[in-house]
Design a protein around this ligand. Sequence first.
Ligand code: GDP
Length: 197
Amino acid sequence: MRYTAQFLLSAMAASQFPEPNLAEIAFLGRSNVGKSSLLNALVGEKAAKVSSTPGRTRAINFFSLLDLNQRKKLIFADLPGYGYAKISRSISAGWAEFIDPYLAIRSTLKLCVCLVDSNVPPQENDAKLFEWLRAAGRDFVVVATKIDRLSGNERTRNLLALKKGLELEEVLPISAKTGYGVGELWKRIEAVGKVEE
Ligand code: GDP
């Protein structure tokens, strides 16, 4: 099924979140992991552009996903990319104020799509995030981005290293560039969003 994304709003505080009345999918990852490119591959350029507009990179950007009949089916929530710095109490500076609360209490949040770079070894801040999501009882799927950059052997090796290092049962390889894995991710999203005709 094809969707188009319609920008809803940028929230910098919990009071600004949209009405919780549709299944929501959140996208999380470190800066430069390929989140804009993946959003682009999933729903087209518009969402990626809005999210990378200066001033909106530190907000949660919400999008409505419309089906071919212009019916609102899902919400995508694009969370700010978190940093490279070692983290102590929270995942990254600024998270404690409204991103932690969003992930903790958002009633309509059905799935977190967490991005890790398939070219980069397991990172501590990703591990912390997954630990946090598990403790919060959130369903999440981890995708390994930019898989097109790796040869067959490297793919196998890096995916295994990510699974081990981040204590994951599954990592979905994906490429925004070639479209590899994008259909599979859509399946996961549609399954939890219970999107029906
Ligand atoms: P963001 O900061 O997480 O939104 O990351 P971007 O989507 O802006 O991507 C960061 C860099 O990685 C850019 O130079 C992209 O062109 C590159 N990139 C993103 N996705 C892919 C991919 O699937 N394959 C390849 N080869 N490069 C990618």
